[in-house]
Design a binder for this molecule. Structure first.
Ligand code: HEC
Length: 290
């Protein structure tokens, strides 16, 4: 028996040993620690910083939208609860700055018109091939769910934006390829999109590269998780509900079991009790038992 359990223990130890060694071997491949930021949207009470989302939209529009599309978003999403929460008027003004293709009209022809809040974000290129051709053979990925699609999410995007460096000596880089500490293989076909003062904020926030990167990252996280705040609220309510339920269940369990637990009787005592009861009612009609 002892031998058997020892064997079992050894097997478990070997299993965990293999698990840890292989997983660390995998992760060592290209592990550069991402810059950890204390994002306001992390944790179960996490919410987006409204002002940061609005600035982030501005950065996306003025800097990233030249190459990256955001096809899942409509202008009206910018006014929805839990997002940048621009007013309807602001959203109408934002949308009207863009032209999108509509049609066909009664002559069967497509035409351009100003965008409305219900329209999807205008695209920088008509299709993937055109955007790839214009970017030296690399496709600037659509940003609708980019923050979710990349391992590391917000921390990865922020790190990538801040991760441009001089290539170490001897590191070969072709034309149009840049060295980035956090990109897989350290080569990226996007020149550093953000630098100090590349945008001008109207709310007086400083425009350091790191602030701008934080704002646009926040915006990209919201875009890929527009219902994050309501999900957090729901999760919190569910936890409160479970706590109340657990308390009630515990209290009723206490009540039910109190009848049995109140006195610890020995087996003999219980036997005596039963015997006495049986003698008491002996000969009586069971229907009159109380
Ligand atoms: C001049 C065009 C251009 C601009 C402007 C631009 N990008 Fe890019 N971006 C690209 C291209 C091209 C790629 C693909 C790079 C590759 O695969 O090597 C890319 C890739 C990315 C990636 C994905 C990297 C990965 O893990 O595959 C992120 C994140 C990104 N860009 C963020 C941004 C942000 C944020 C902005 C705005 C602040 C921005 N980009 C502005 C062209 C651009």
């Amino acid at each position: 028996m002892l031998v058997h359990s020892n064997n079992f223990l050894i097997k478990i130890i070997i299993f965990f040993f293999i698990l840890f060694t292989t997983s660390s071997a995998f992760s060592e491949e290209k592990k550069v620690d991402l810059i950890k930021t204390n994002w306001s949207f992390n944790g179960i009470f996490g919410t987006f910083d409204r002002a940061s989302l609005q600035r982030g939209y501005q950065v996306y529009q003025e800097v990233c939208a030249g190459c990256h599309s955001m096809q899942q978003l409509s202008y009206r999403n910018l006014s929805e609860e839990g997002g940048p929460e621009f007013s309807i008027e602001e959203v109408k003004a934002i949308a009207s700055q863009f032209e999108i293709e509509d049609g066909p009209n009664s002559d069967g022809e497509m035409f351009m018109r100003a965008a409305r809040p219900s329209d999807k974000f205008a695209k920088p290129y008509p299709n993937i091939e055109a955007s790839t051709a214009a970017n030296g053979g690399a496709y600037p990925p659509d940003m609708s769910v980019l923050a979710k699609a990349r391992v590391g999410g917000a921390d990865y995007i922020y790190s990538l934006l801040m991760g441009y460096e001089e290539a170490p000596p001897g590191f070969e880089l072709d034309d149009g390829v840049y060295y980035n500490k956090y990109m897989a293989g350290n080569k990226i076909k996007m020149s550093a999109p953000i630098s100090d003062g590349i945008v001008e904020y109207s709310d007086g926030t400083q425009t350091s590269a790191s602030q701008i990167s934080k704002d646009v990252t926040t915006f990209l996280v919201w875009a890929s998780e527009p219902h994050l705040e309501s999900q957090h609220r729901m999760g919190f309510k569910a936890i409160i509900y479970l706590i109340i339920l657990l308390t009630l269940v515990y209290m009723s369990k206490q009540k039910v079991w109190s009848r049995f637990n109140s006195k610890k009787e020995s087996e003999e005592e219980t036997f005596d009790k039963v015997e006495r009861t049986v003698t008491k009612y002996e000969g009586e009609d069971p229907k009159t038992f109380k």
